[in-house]
Structures are given as structure tokens and as C-alpha cells.
Design a protein around this ligand. Structure first.
Ligand code: FAD
Length: 478
């Protein structure tokens, strides 16, 4: 019998932000580590998700700013977008970051195996290599970091040419003239914002009662208002029934209550969520319990089989790159015997990179009410923030939710400039169980957007400095 080659301490399937981070950390902790990847290193986030979309959103923002340049005392004639250059710039950024991930894996001594992995046995994986041959790779611990793929909804006509998902959106070499975006979540609204900046007529159709359904209703209202100003149509509470080709265009047929609504488009983007990549891995073959289309784990990333871990989108709960990376670090530390840090589902910040930007962490006001948690709220508008005024970014607000009695920060919701960066302060506050009094006692640089966090804490204390106080009710004398 042929003797098996040395087993890796850690074998990771998938080199997205979850998998490559886990691999790097495992190697840093002294474990022999390999990662198997069937496509590009960096996963969806780097190649087809976070980074390319943010590069394009930045181009959209620059275009908007250039169009508004006269308001800043700057003459900018004949401002036009050049979508081909936007795409070229995006691809250069992705290539640069890809080189970075390649170097980091190499520099940390992680072996990279190019091919498609299937679990063969309790301690081995079969890898179909790029050249068509199969190799068996042995492991002591396996981390499943296989990510997710765009979901295709069962809508009649969803497979017609011109009906695309977010991968298809990236492949476009010019902006559509008319686009319908089905799904008003993060991916849908980001693409709506990009195409609208490049002069497309965009309609977003959302089945639920509000745009960005995972956000607080008042955040969704602010984005809907801004989208209206930007010329993006939004219809909520509509169910798409069919997409059909009519001559040179597509017609999207949706039901809005008793009425039928037809919207014409050249491109229809399906942005209705993502499905974990679990099928075909043969995890069930080695006794891993699967839930429909996801790999359940404990707070350390461990499945019911002690040496098999899963992280990131494959676990199907929070489909976010920073969550995948965080879970990767926890899983690697746990395997190395240093796992004293569990994943805390209470504190999962998320951002949507529209203009204005949106970010949130922790409890919503309605959730607090439903759970019977008494809260005080501090809400502060960017209209009263000096930096926002100077930057011409005075829309939106910060809303901090704190426990009524203890003042502990329980949640934060932001719509406005740099929301995705500002939310880190609230996440840290929640991690440290900090209170609004501690936020309010922390010096924030002036003039910065971050002062809106400070002021929201002041509001929650009942003593705002830069917005008028609530009228003081005086008891009538005598
Ligand atoms: P992935 O990034 O999906 O990587 C999994 C990897 O595993 C892939 O490279 C795949 O090829 C490989 N793989 C799968 N099966 C096998 C196999 N059998 N053998 C070998 N290799 C395999 N998140 C954010 O936090 N911020 C954002 O701004 C953001 N923007 C996004 C924009 C878009 C358009 C999209 C689609 C997603 C966005 N996301 C964003 C989500 C983010 O991309 C994912 O949450 C993140 O990529 C998940 O990381 P992961 O490591 O779990 O999986």
C-alpha cells in the first residue's frame, strides 16, 4: 500500500477573504497550511464583489462631484463619464490587490494548490487539478471556506439574454441605457447607484416594504429620498412575476398589490441574494451535519465533526467579507489551541456603499422594543456637523441606541458621509460594553464626521451641544 504523504495541520478549501485569512493566521501560529482554490485567489470579494464594486462606486462619486464642481467654485466643463476607463481602472485595482494576496500567502509559507476540492475521507481531500489530474491531499484539520454564488430566483424569463447577476454586471463594457434591478439589498442598490451616475435610467424593484430591508426604516427612507433626487426610481412591495423579451428590450412584469406593473429595460440585474457553495463537497460523506444549503458551526467555526471547520459565506448567516475574515482568524486560533475568542453575533457591522453611505451594527429600535429592552436614542444630523457642511455632504444622520438605565451602547445606524468607517467606533464600544457617557467623554477631532457620533451620544444623554435642546418645560409658578 502506498504511504500517504505528510498531512497538513490545516487544509483550507477556498481562498476568499475567509479562507486566505484563515490560512495566513494558521501559518503564523506555526501550523503547516495549504489552501485549495479553483478560481482566483481573493474569492468573490476581491475579484467580483467588494473591491471591483467599490472601485466603480468611487468613479461614480468622482463623476457626481465633477458635475457639482461649480458649486465648489471650480469650473469643470464638458464633464462626462468614460465607462471603459472606469472598467480598466477597476481591473487594475483588482489585479494589484490579487498580487498582494498572492505575496501574502507565499510570504507566510502557505502552500497554494490550484484545483477543485472534494472531501474524499475523514482526513483527505481529492483535488482535481487545473491540468485535469487528481491529487489526494491529507489534513489534520479542514476549514471549509467555499463561499457563495448568486441565487437565481424562479422567475419566468430569468435565463433570457440580458438578464444578469452581479458577475454579469461586472462583465458589461458599457453602462446600460435602461436597467431594472430586482432586489433592493446592498448589491442591488450599489449597482443602481453606479449605473445611474453613468446616465442609465434605473428602476429598483423590491419585494419587501422598504429599500435596503435589513436597515432601520428611517435609513431606508433617507436612501429612497436621495435616490429620487438622483433620478433612480424605487418600487417596494412589488413581486416580479415574469421577464419577457419584447422586440429590442426586456419587459419586467411585476405585481404591486392588485395592479400589474411593467418596466422596460435593456439589462435586468438579479440581485436577490446568494447561496452558500456546499453542494458537491461531500461533507455529508464524512458525517458533517448540513442545514439546507449551509454548513452550521459553533461560535468557533467548528462543525459537529471536531476537526472540520466552516467559515464565511459557506456558513450562510452573515454574507460579509469582514465576517468571513474574522471567522477565519477565530477558526485558525481554535485549531492552534488558542481559541479563547468566540464569534459574537450581536456585533456584526455592515455597510452599503451608496452615496450617501449606510452602516449599522447591533440592535434596531424595533428589535429593542420587541425584546422589551428599554432604550434611549441619540440622533444627530450631519446638517449640524461642521465637516459635513464644509464637504458639501450634509445629508443623513447618526442614530445611537443605548440601554435606558445603564447607557450601554446596543446599536448604531448611520446614513451619511463615511458611514462605513464611522461605524467602527460603535462596534468597538459594543465590544467593550462601553456606554454613551464614555463615548461622550472621548475627545473627537474637530472638524470631523466622527463628531456626529460624539453629538449623538450627547443627545442620548439629553444635553446636545450643536442642535437645539428639546424645549424645557417649566412648571407654572404658584
Ligand atoms: P468567497 O469570497 O466566495 O470565496 C470562496 C472561494 O472558494 C472562491 O474563490 C471559490 O472559487 C472557492 N471554492 C469554492 N468551492 C471550491 C472547491 N470545491 N474547491 C476549491 N475552491 C473552491 N462584502 C462586504 O463585506 N463588503 C462589501 O462591500 C461587499 N460587496 C459585495 C459586492 C458584490 C457585488 C458581491 C457579490 C458581494 C459583496 N460582498 C461584500 C460579499 C463578499 O464578497 C462575501 O461575503 C465574501 O467574499 C465571502 O468570503 P468567503 O471567503 O466566505 O467566500
Amino acid at each position: 500500500m502506498q504511504h500517504p504523504r505528510e498531512a497538513y495541520d490545516v487544509l483550507v478549501i477556498g481562498a476568499g477573504p475567509g479562507g486566505y485569512t484563515a490560512a495566513i493566521r494558521a501559518a503564523q501560529l506555526g501550523l503547516s497550511t495549504a489552501v485549495v482554490e479553483r478560481e482566483e485567489l481573493g474569492g468573490v470579494c476581491l475579484n467580483r464583489g467588494c473591491i471591483p464594486s467599490k472601485a466603480m462606486l468611487r468613479s461614480a462619486e468622482v463623476l457626481d462631484l465633477a458635475r457639482n464642481a461649480p458649486a465648489f467654485g471650480v469650473t469643470a466643463d464638458n464633464v462626462r463619464g468614460n465607462y471603459a476607463t472606469v472598467v480598466e481602472r477597476r481591473d487594475r485595482i483588482v489585479a494589484h490587490m490579487l498580487q498582494g494576496v498572492t505575496n501574502l500567502l507565499k510570504g507566510n509559507g502557505v502552500d497554494v494548490i490550484r484545483g477543485t476540492a472534494t472531501v474524499a475521507d475523514a482526513d483527505s481531500v481529492a483535488v482535481q487539478l487545473i491540468d485535469g489530474t487528481t491529487d489526494i491531499v491529507y489534513f489534520r484539520n479542514l476549514i471549509v471556506a467555499t463561499g457563495s454564488s448568486a441565487a437565481r430566483p424562479p422567475i419566468l424569463g430569468a435565463n433570457l439574454p440580458g438578464v444578469i447577476d452581479s458577475d454579469g454586471a461586472l462583465a458589461l463594457r458599457e453602462a446600460p441605457r435602461r436597467a431594472v434591478v430586482i432586489g433592493g439589498g446592498a448589491v442591488g442598490v450599489e449597482w443602481a447607484a453606479i449605473w445611474s451616475a453613468f446616465d442609465a435610467e434605473v428602476t429598483v424593484l423590491e419585494m419587501l416594504p422598504q429599500l435596503v430591508p435589513t436597515e432601520e426604516p428611517e435609513i431606508a427612507r433617507e436612501l429612497t429620498r436621495t435616490f429620487a433626487k438622483q433620478g433612480i426610481s424605487v418600487a417596494t412591495g412589488v413581486q416580479v412575476r415574469e421577464i419577457r423579451r419584447e422586440g429590442d428590450h426586456l419587459a419586467v412584469v411585476a405585481a404591486a398589490g392588485d395592479e400589474e406593473r411593467i418596466t422596460e429595460a435593456d439589462i435586468v440585474l438579479l440581485a436577490v441574494g446568494r447561496r452558500p457553495n456546499v453542494d458537491g463537497l461531500n461533507l455529508e460523506g464524512i458525517g458533517v451535519d448540513l442545514e439546507p444549503r449551509r454548513v452550521p458551526t459553533d461560535a468557533y467555526g467548528r462543525t459537529n465533526v471536531p476537526n472540520i471547520f466552516a467559515i464565511g459565506d459557506a456558513t450562510g448567516r452573515f454574507l460579509l467579507a469582514h465576517v468571513a475574515a474574522h471567522q477565519g482568524i477565530i477558526a485558525a486560533a481554535t485549531i492552534a489551541g488558542q481559541g479563547d475568542h468566540a464569534f459574537d453575533q450581536r456585533i456584526v457591522p455592515a455597510a452599503i456603499f451608496t452615496h450617501p453611505e449606510i452602516a449599522s451594527v447591533g440592535l434596531h429600535e424595533a428589535e429593542a422594543a420587541a425584546q422589551g429592552v428599554p432604550v434611549r436614542i441619540g440622533r444627530f444630523p450631519f446638517a449640524a456637523n461642521g465637516r459635513a457642511a464644509a464637504a458639501g455632504e450634509a445629508g443623513g444622520f447618526v442614530k445611537i441606541i443605548a440601554h435606558q438605565e445603564t447607557g450601554e451602547v446596543l446599536g448604531c445606524h448611520i446614513v451619511g458621509p463615511n458611514a462605513g468607517d464611522l461605524i467602527a467606533e460603535a462596534s468597538l464600544a459594543m465590544t467593550l460594553h462601553a456606554t454613551i457617557d464614555q463615548l461622550a467623554a472621548t475627545i473627537h477631532v474637530h472638524p470631523t464626521f466622527s463628531e456626529a457620533m460624539l453629538e449623538a451620544a450627547f443627545v442620548a444623554q439629553g444635553t446636545p451641544v450643536h442642535i437645539p435642546p428639546r424645549p424645557i418645560r417649566r412648571e407654572a409658578a404658584g
